[in-house]
Design a protein around this ligand. Structure first.
Ligand code: AKG
Ligand code: FE2
Length: 313
């Protein structure tokens, strides 16, 4: 029912209630944003009490962190060897196909994970299994867990993580929608990429406009206008933005994050971001997670989250 979706992570303005022009003129979208922020504060307090990891202050200010030399060299090298072995054997078994899909593609499931296309760009996600001890050690790394728990305000386990190879296609023939500046969600949520190989400009680094996760008065005004427009056009809720419009809204410009191998990038994807333009056939290799807790629930213990998820299977 439409009214329940107001208190869910649903974001499409093609849906009833959430997509009502009248209600959004009256401020429904802004109400959802503000209420989600109240819940985030509550959840962070629930999982961390009054304590925050040292990285928190900068994240709160910028909405993004790039933590270099995340693992000691020897651990990093071991992990890299293990990941390369996993993906090489998988790719030999299921070679990367060069078909692309328009826009945001469907999941193509395999025993080892799944492929998904953004236009001509392939996102290949490989499951992390018990046969990958160094990767397991990474996703259970104490510092990583502490940071993600505090930033997302949620309890989560390793099931959110994948090995992730991104493979750029032919942009002119089939454009990648993630290369257009956008924000994913109206509520805070995090995505992280622990890069295992250097990311240079030709690899299409992650781009982010620092500070744009914050709901300033101008941003809220923009959100309101866009919610009304999207409702009248029955559009989706991952808003795109023109560069000029972003420059007017943001104190800091959109910035590229080319990084060295062994760097952990974590971003609040309510802030404006995109994937950089890249050369064809270039790849990025990372361990990735998309941690998007339900915006209007307290932090639920893992056992309960799993039980609820089981009910909907
Ligand atoms: O791959 C990237 O650099 C960012 C893509 C993106 O927009 C996203 O994952 O939300
Ligand atoms: Fe995105």
């Amino acid at each position: 029912m439409g009214i329940f979706s107001v208190f869910s992570k649903d974001k499409s303005f093609a849906l009833p209630v959430i997509g009502s022009v009248r209600l959004n003129q009256l401020g429904l979208h802004l109400f959802r944003i503000r209420l989600a922020d109240v819940f985030l504060t509550l959840r962070r307090f629930q999982v961390m009490g009054p304590f925050r990891p040292q990285e928190y202050k900068q994240f709160k200010q910028d909405g993004i962190l790039a933590l270099e030399n995340f693992l000691p060299d020897d651990e990093f090298q071991k992990l890299l060897n293990e990941v390369q072995y996993t993906i090489t054997t998988t790719d030999q078994h299921t070679p990367i196909q060069s078909y692309g899909e328009e826009g945001f593609g469907d999941k193509h499931k395999h025993a080892w994970g799944f492929d998904r296309y953004d236009g001509g760009t392939l996102n290949r996600f490989y499951n992390i299994t018990a046969e990958q001890p160094s990767t397991q050690a990474f996703i259970h790394n104490k510092r990583l867990k502490k940071i993600t728990k505090a930033l997302a305000g949620s309890y989560h386990d390793g099931s959110k993580y994948f090995l992730y190879k991104l493979f750029h296609g032919k942009e002119e023939q089939n454009a990648d929608i993630q290369k257009v500046i956008h924000r994913d969600t109206f509520h805070s949520a995090i995505k992280l990429w622990y890069f295992l190989e250097d990311v240079e400009p030709k690899h299409g680094p992650f781009h982010y406009a620092p500070g744009t996760h914050k709901m300033t008065r101008e941003r809220l005004q923009w959100e309101k206008q866009r919610s009304i427009k999207a409702s009248s056009e029955n559009k989706g809720g991952a808003f795109r933005i023109e560069k000029e419009e972003l420059d007017a809204l943001s104190e800091e410009p959109l910035k590229a994050y080319p990084v060295k191998a062994n760097t952990l990038v974590i971003a609040d994807i309510r802030g404006f971001h995109c994937r950089g333009q890249a050369l064809e056939n270039q790849a990025r290799l990372s361990i990735y997670a998309n941690i998007r807790p339900s915006p209007y629930l307290p932090a639920l213990p893992l056992a309960l989250t799993k039980r609820i998820a089981g009910l909907f299977k």
